[in-house]
Design a protein around this ligand. Structure first.
Ligand SMILES: C[S@@+](CC[C@H](N)C(=O)[O-])C[C@H]1O[C@@H](n2cnc3c(N)ncnc32)[C@H](O)[C@@H]1O
Length: 241
């Protein structure tokens, strides 16, 4: 479990209001997110290169509705920069979500598509990745293709705050504490028994079922650090005041 007494130092590196850069820190995550803290380094140089292939269209996974057309997103700045989740943390997120054959996984801010691709390859489930950054969308779609999971995985160029989550049963997040909180009204629309798993960041106001610590490389190679995995189930349990 997480040492709450140590958590305040992460607040200084966890989030950056408005410009919002994601730089997972070397300290435990905050139990109570604090906005306006400064980020640390820029995202990993180790992030996979953007795909050169043009985006492809797939129709395998259930489509989410209610999102703005991609044209409206042309000038939209991402709420958080791209930082990839290390593979062993991806494995842990999928393990604790206890994925079954009928699950449908949505990754909100899918980056290079690694979580949705892993979910499809390991569990044979349908998965949808959403990203607002066209470079990430193209990269994800190329990775979906090169991994041969086009029949299971769809990548959508959408703002996660406009996505209808009602068809998902597992939602994965690697965002920021305040973005997790902003998603609560959407997450409350998930079917009962759905699982939400978050890399590194809590969701103030909703009690997690459980948290885990995973040692993995930070995006600023080669330093290892503790990464945190949070699990919530629906219906969400509001924190008692
Ligand atoms: C920290 S990365 C996580 C990538 C991936 N989920 C992973 O764990 O490896 C966050 C991603 O969210 C995307 N993003 C930021 N704001 C978004 C928004 N409002 N809607 C959709 N995607 C967004 C960024 O472009 C970035 O790819």
């Amino acid at each position: 479990m997480i040492d709450l007494a140590r958590s305040s130092s992460l607040l200084a590196v966890a989030c950056f209001a408005l410009t919002v850069s994601c730089s997972p820190a070397n300290e435990p995550p905050p139990a109570t997110p604090k906005p306006n803290a400064m980020p640390v380094d820029p995202p990993a140089a180790s992030a996979p290169a953007a795909a050169k292939a043009p985006p492809t269209t797939t129709s395998a996974a259930p489509a989410a509705t209610d999102a703005k057309p991609a044209d409206d997103l042309a000038d939209r700045v991402p709420d958080i920069e791209y930082v990839p989740t290390p593979q062993n943390v991806v494995d842990k997120l999928l393990e604790v979500a206890k994925i079954g054959k009928d699950d449908v996984l949505y990754d909100l801010g899918c980056g290079d598509g690694r979580i949705v691709i892993n979910a499809a390859k390991k569990f044979g489930i349908h998965a949808v990745g959403f990203d607002i950054d066209p470079k990430r969308v193209a990269e994800s779609r190329a990775n979906v293709k090169s991994n041969g999971v086009e029949h299971l995985v769809t990548i959508e160029h959408k703002d996660i705050f406009d996505v209808d989550l009602s068809k998902a049963t597992v939602v994965t997040l690697y965002l920021l504490p305040e973005l997790n909180v902003r998603l609560i009204p959407q997450l409350e629309k998930l079917k009962p028994g759905s699982r939400i798993v978050s890399h590194d960041f809590d969701m103030e106001g909703v009690d997690p079922e459980k948290t885990w610590t995973v040692i993995a490389r930070d995006h600023r190679e080669p330093k290892n650090r503790e990464h945190y995995v949070y699990l919530w189930k629906t219906p969400l349990k509001k924190t008692k005041k």
